[in-house]
Design a protein around this ligand. Structure first.
Ligand SMILES: Cc1ncc(COP(=O)(O)O)c(C=O)c1O
Length: 390
């Protein structure tokens, strides 16, 4: 595609054509899966100067380049690194931009393993960590310190789906000399493009919607021009590179991500609206619902919603939560998400210091898969009845 067409074509057209150049591989539609450690050089001088496109397996191959090019296009990024998990897509940029004596601001509704990394490894390395309210908006200014180097955002929040005013946070953080990172796994770059809103580094657990089939772990980190070199240097220094078959499977998954997401979106919204009217449900935490406190921000900044949201049961505790889960037939009990099948989990929120757990009852996170909505509805109705009886 030439630059002129880029802005005009639809998402699904882009997804069908990005990240490959058939003419570079004898016309084959897909790029090769290059398994590589050693790369040969034609002569000693080239070897000494490393003056050729590929030099070592950890530093990139035509397969990783294809996925990175696709992600650059989707994210509007200067460059993308590929790492072996979504969690590594959070930890590698943090290690790239934080040093001993620095301060990082992390949203309190963050994905729990990110908090664990901050509280253990970042603290051990001498980085000061402060958690902030997802509703902080421009109030983040009051928390900025002269040594604040990174503001980490994640919207909607893990398990509880709080929205964040990303442009307001970006403006204040940049004024204070910090860069902004965003874990944008929920929306994917199809429904929100962080870099277009001033974010410096966009994090994607490609394990979820890009892979889409619950069989791959992968992460991508996309950066703007100013941040990419440092990110790439750190990636090279750490040697945290991804396996070629997994990279290829994510590139394959991207081709259908648009149509899958459309279906996830429709089914999740239909079920979220239906759940709002059900006995036994105190609240539905889905930013595309008008009742959601972050709905105005979602509507202003996002162009869609994916298939993950939570419900708050109307009363009860662990017994009711477990009765709900154990009654489900089609929803599996599992932690990852973004695949073709529906899943449910009882969300644990004991780690929160500011964005506390809803008081009405247990929070159940639902990943709505590609099954037929009526079957999922019947399954959820049975689970609600079981929780009421418990
Ligand atoms: C928001 C978010 N970020 C990152 C991750 C980590 O992804 P992975 O499972 O590939 O490590 C997850 C996984 O659930 C997630 O929900």
């Amino acid at each position: 595609m030439n630059d002129k067409n880029k802005t005009k074509v639809g998402d699904n057209t882009r997804l069908a054509h990005i990240g490959n150049n058939p003419r570079a591989f004898y016309g084959f539609v897909n790029p090769p899966v290059v398994h590589a450690s050693t790369v040969l050089f034609p002569d000693a001088e080239t070897m000494a100067s490393r003056n050729q496109k590929y030099t070592y397996g950890t530093r990139g191959t035509p397969t990783t380049d294809a996925l990175a090019a696709a992600m650059n296009e989707l994210e509007g990024a200067a460059g993308t690194i590929i790492v072996p998990s979504g969690l590594a897509a959070v930890t590698v940029p943090m290690l790239a931009f934080l040093s001993a004596g620095d301060h990082v601001l992390i949203v309190d509704s963050v994905y729990h393993p990110t908090r664990h990394f901050a509280d253990t490894m970042l603290s051990r390395l001498g980085v000061e960590v402060t958690y902030y309210d997802p509703a902080v908006d421009a109030g983040i200014g009051a928390l900025m310190q002269p040594n604040t180097k990174v503001v980490l955002t994640e919207a909607p929040g893990s398990g509880t789906f709080e929205m964040q005013d990303i442009p307001a946070i970006v403006e204040v953080a940049h004024r204070g000399g910090a860069i902004v990172m965003m874990d944008n796994t929920w929306a994917t770059p199809l429904f929100f493009r962080p870099l277009d809103h001033g974010v410096d580094i966009s994090i994607q657990a490609a394990t979820k919607y890009p892979a889409g089939h619950s069989d791959i772990l992968l992460g991508t980190v996309s950066a703007n021009e100013a941040c990419f070199e440092r990110l790439l240097d750190t990636h090279g220094a750490l040697g945290i590179c991804a396996a070629p078959d997994d990279v290829y499977q994510v590139l394959r998954g991207l081709r259908t991500m648009g149509v899958r997401l459309e279906r996830h979106q429709q089914s999740a919204l239909a079920l979220a609206r239906w759940l709002e009217g059900q006995k036994g449900v105190a609240r539905v935490l889905h930013p595309a619902l008008e009742s959601h406190p972050g709905h105005a921000i979602w509507k202003r900044d996002f162009s869609g919603a994916s298939g993950l949201f939570s419900i708050v049961l109307d009363g009860g505790g662990q017994t009711q939560a477990h009765a709900f889960l154990d009654a489900l037939k089609y929803f599996g009990l599992g932690y990852s998400w973004g695949g073709y099948e529906s899943l449910a989990v009882h969300v644990q929120l004991n780690d929160r210091t500011i964005a506390h757990a809803p008081k009405e009852g247990p929070v159940m996170r639902l990943q709505i898969g590609l099954e037929d909505v009526e079957d999922l509805k019947a399954d959820l109705a049975g689970a609600l009845a079981a929780a009421a009886k418990a």
